[in-house]
Design a binder for this molecule. Structure first.
Ligand code: NAD
Ligand code: USQ
Length: 404
């Protein structure tokens, strides 16, 4: 298959591109390298030493003989370049990762909010519009988020995209239907993903574009079989207060002896997936596209749920690190339960990597190995959700600490 990967230089996009190339697909990466520029803006960098995209691609070709093309295009801005590329290459599938993906970054300031909205909504709409204008029957697989649902469900399992409802008509007849699960975003970033869903629903209905929307949980881990085959192919590992996600942050903090930064009581429950399973899920999604005219196919791309304080305890028990309960910079429920259906991927053959299998390896082989590259001043989460929190922000405050 010929596959265009938008955002193919990023944390999920790079290992996905290599995985698909390794399977024999022809891969074309499109990326504007904005994520590398944001590292410059934040004066933060990946814990792992990622190489420039040119070296990444040359290394892959040297090792495997397989060529991956790269085009530096801003998908949100350069519509005509994107359209021309699609018409030229005629891909059967496009995987769309090309969005600003950090919730804290999206909340940093009015300009970060506006950038995230402009970038993400225009990127998604441009891809859809270009697919239709190209006249080609291209399957679009998009990386969405579990955060579109919100994280509270009154005990029920979150379904895969659609909620069965029953309405009573004026005649008293009971009519059953399935609706898009009500959106409940918790940040400007998550809000852009809820809006993406409406673009997808519209283009699937109006233009019969074949679309898969993958509602992915928090990705943990660093490398996949392909990215670990040579150090020049290494994947990025974000640990800073804006881009680092919770479990990878805890692993890195444990490796450098920094108390694990649990927000509030750590009662937030979230869904997780290992990066190796991310690339496998995308492969499965591409191998099982919806039919033309189908509604958007939505799959929950996650394998387990965990409470933040339980993750901290797990990492602390494994490494002996202290846990610090810090004031929560976010506006989110202090405690929530989360139950999620992920039957569709399990039925397609996903065999999940569990935390118990991979955690220790991540600490010793990645976090400890590159600990010398860490800048502890970049760890605190300084982006607050509301102006009230901003005003009363205790700098690097700690509510309480406990040791294992
Ligand atoms: P990332 O920031 O590492 O990668 C995104 C890539 O897209 C970057 O290389 C960036 O340069 C590129 N990009 C952004 N805007 C672009 C534009 N306008 N034009 C061209 N390229 C652009 O993020 P990631 O962690 O790899 O996430 C990829 C996707 O998966 C995102 O859409 C994110 O919302 C989703 N996702 C990620 C996670 C996670 O835990 N990392 C979890 C759920 C969903
Ligand atoms: N948290 C801590 N301590 C930290 C960092 C985070 O307690 O040091 C808490 C947060 O307050 C939050 C939870 O951990 O309650 C998750 O935060 P996160 O930064 O790991 O994840 P999130 O902001 O939700 O975003 C990440 C990705 C995003 C993706 C999302 C999937 O950055 O791209 O969409 O996970 S999901 O969470 O399922 O919506």
């Amino acid at each position: 298959m010929k596959i265009m990967v938008l955002g193919g230089d990023g944390f999920c996009g790079w290992p996905t591109s290599l995985h698909l190339s390794n399977l024999g697909h022809e891969v074309i990466i499109v990326d504007n390298l904005s994520r590398r520029n944001i590292d410059n803006e934040l004066e933060a960098s990946s814990l792992t030493p990622i190489t420039p995209i040119g070296m990444r691609l040359a290394t892959w070709q040297e090792l495997t003989g397989k060529r991956i093309d790269f085009h530096r295009i801003d998908v949100a801005e350069n519509y005509h370049r994107l359209l021309t590329l699609i018409k030229e290459h005629k891909p059967q599938a496009i995987v769309h990762f090309a969005e600003q993906r950090a919730a804290p970054y999206s909340m940093k300031s009015p300009s970060h909010k506006r950038y995230t909205v402009n970038n993400n909504l225009n990127a998604t709409h441009n891809v859809l519009c270009a697919i239709v204008e190209s006249g080609l029957d291209i399957h679009l697989a998009h990386l969405g988020t579990m955060g579109v649902y919100g994280y509270g469900t009154a005990g029920m399992k979150i379904p895969e995209g659609y909620l069965p409802v029953e309405v009573v008509t004026e005649d008293g007849e009971r009519v059953r239907q399935e609706i898009l699960y009500p959106a409940n975003p918790g940040s400007i970033y998550h809000m852009t993903k809820t809006q993406d869903q409406l673009f997808f629903a519209y283009y699937a209905k109006n233009d019969q574009v074949r679309i898969t929307d993958l509602h992915q949980g928090i990705v943990w881990g660093t490398n996949t079989n392909e990215t670990s085959s040579d150090e020049r192919l290494i994947n990025r590992f974000d640990y800073d207060g804006d881009y680092g996600t919770v479990l990878n942050r805890f692993l890195m903090q444990a490796a450098i002896g920094y108390p694990l930064t649990v927000h509030g009581t750590g009662g937030q429950t979230r869904a997780f997936i290992h990066i190796q399973d991310t690339v496998r899920c995308i492969q499965l999604a591409l191998e099982n596209p919806p039919e033309k005219g189908d509604r958007v196919k939505i799959l929950n791309q996650m394998t387990e749920t965990h409470r933040v304080r339980d993750l901290a305890t797990l990492v602390s028990d494994m490494t002996g690190s202290e846990i610090a309960f810090v004031p929560n910079p976010r506006n989110e429920s202090a405690e929530n339960d989360l139950h999620v259906k992920n039957d569709l991927f399990l039925e397609l053959g996903l065999n999940p990597t569990t935390l118990s299998q991979g955690l220790l390896f991540e600490v010793t082989e990645v976090a400890k190995r590159y600990a010398h590259r860490a800048d502890p001043s970049k760890i605190p989460c300084t982006s607050t959700w509301t102006t009230k929190q901003q005003a009363g922000k205790p700098k690097e405050g700690v509510l309480d600490t406990v040791s294992s």
